[in-house]
Design a protein around this ligand. Structure first.
Ligand code: AMP
Length: 397
């Protein structure tokens, strides 16, 4: 089956056409600056040259139309007609408590996603626009919504409730939801396959360390805890997001700096994390690595602080699951960054974890990096959220 995977932002639309049985990416691309001057579509068909089309895209309908034209183009296309696209899988950020797995989109689902925009005001409305634009351009093609939050819906109450008045949960559904669910699901499943076991028999900690970062505890195939919360701000220190902090800091900083709550929120989301901690050096770990190697003390402290937080989460999730069989690193840093993986693995030595330092330096491939006698298997598992969305879409059909 050919599944078109759509990840829609407010002014952008990423897509991949995936042959879901083989996992082959037949084409992928990005429509940028939708609704803004200078719109541009970059289309990359497999085995052919990249095509860049600069053409006005006043709205997402036009962007989807251009994507379809590119996919079916005689020269740069990969399918003869729209009929060869069997379904569309949409990434939707927030599924609240309503969606515990992927669903076929109908009017009721659209209404629910719209209502859940209160919990993800930046993401769900953009996801909806993408769905509606695809429906307008492909009215007869089945559409599936795959939610970032769905995999975490198995968490028990003790893991998702906050120490707040219970009425806030009842009235506003204030609770931990967790994000990156498609990745945690895909990586934990694949990690088990790599050691020839079933995920149902294992305790796995997945460290998704990208620009956004989260850790999850997956016990017997189900998520039992994860580090992101009501929003993707909680948990690990990220590229520009603070992660966990004392909530009283918000008011304190607001008063000292003369900032409104919304402005403080902006600082926590956009100016904090390793970017803020390093004195605004960079949110990119490659720059921080280079600075640290060059002797920059603040860059070293930033990396230490980052690794320490990840290690603390691993420790707490071992307690949550009463043990761990596999620790898997994924996403940009988890797949590629030696310094970060080394820093975290140093903390694991107390568990009897031993890793092969040469293997730890290898980038971006499925790899067991722990030594044969290690008490816990440590591995690198590149994530593939688009493939996971395509597979879930195919399974649902
Ligand atoms: P993601 O959000 O998954 O794309 O991850 C982005 C993060 O991964 C950035 O902070 C990058 O610095 C980091 N990253 C990507 N490639 C490398 C690399 N080769 N070495 C070190 N860090 C990397």
């Amino acid at each position: 089956m050919n599944i078109l995977v759509i990840n829609c932002g407010s002014s952008s639309l990423k897509y991949q056409l995936i042959a879901s049985e083989s996992g082959d990416v037949r084409a992928k691309g990005l429509a940028e600056r939708i609704g803004i001057e200078g719109s541009c579509l970059t289309h990359q068909p497999a085995g052919k040259d990249k095509v860049v089309k600069e053409e006005a895209m006043p709205d997402h309908n036009k962007a989807v139309k251009m994507v379809i034209d590119a996919l079916t183009d005689k020269e740069h296309g990969v399918v003869a007609s729209l009929n060869e696209i069997d379904a569309v899988g949409h990434r939707v950020v927030h599924g609240g408590e309503k969606f515990k797995k992927a669903v076929l989109i109908d009017d009721a689902v659209l209404k629910d996603i719209e209502e859940l925009s209160a919990l993800a005001p930046l993401h769900n409305p953009a996801n909806l626009i993408g769905i509606n634009s695809c429906k307008a351009n492909m009215p007869d093609t089945p559409m599936v919504a795959v939610f970032d939050t769905a995999f975490h819906q198995t968490m028990p109450k003790k893991a998702y409730l906050y120490g707040l008045p219970y009425e806030y949960y009842e009235k506003y559904k204030v609770r931990r939801y967790g994000f990156h669910g498609t990745s945690h699901d895909f990586v934990s499943k694949h990690a088990a396959e790599l050691i020839g076991k079933d995920r149902k028999d294992l305790k796995i900690i997945v460290c998704h360390l990208g620009n956004g970062a989260s850790v999850s505890a997956v016990k017997n195939g189900e998520c039992v805890d994860t580090s992101m919360g009501l929003t993707p701000l909680e948990g690990l220190i990220m590229g520009t997001r603070s992660g966990d902090l004392d909530p009283a800091i918000l008011e304190f900083i607001g008063e000292k700096e003369g900032l409104t709550p919304a402005e403080v929120n902006n600082v926590l989301n956009k100016k904090s994390g390793v970017y803020g901690l390093s004195g605004y050096l960079s949110s990119d770990f490659r720059d921080l690595d280079e600075a640290a190697r060059g002797g920059n003390e603040l860059a070293k402290t930033t990396l230490d602080t980052y690794c320490y937080r990840v290690a603390k989460y691993i420790g707490s999730y071992m307690m949550a699951m009463q043990g761990v069989d596999i620790i898997a690193f994924t996403a940009g840093c988890g797949e590629n960054n030696y310094a970060v993986r080394r820093g975290i693995c140093d903390y694991l030595a107390c568990l009897g974890v031993t890793v092969d330092d040469e293997k730890l330096k290898i980038r971006g491939e499925d790899l067991i990096v722990s030594e044969p006698g290690s008490k816990v298997t440590v591995m690198i598992v590149p994530t593939n959220e688009e493939l996971a969305i395509a597979q879930q879409t195919m399974e649902l059909l």
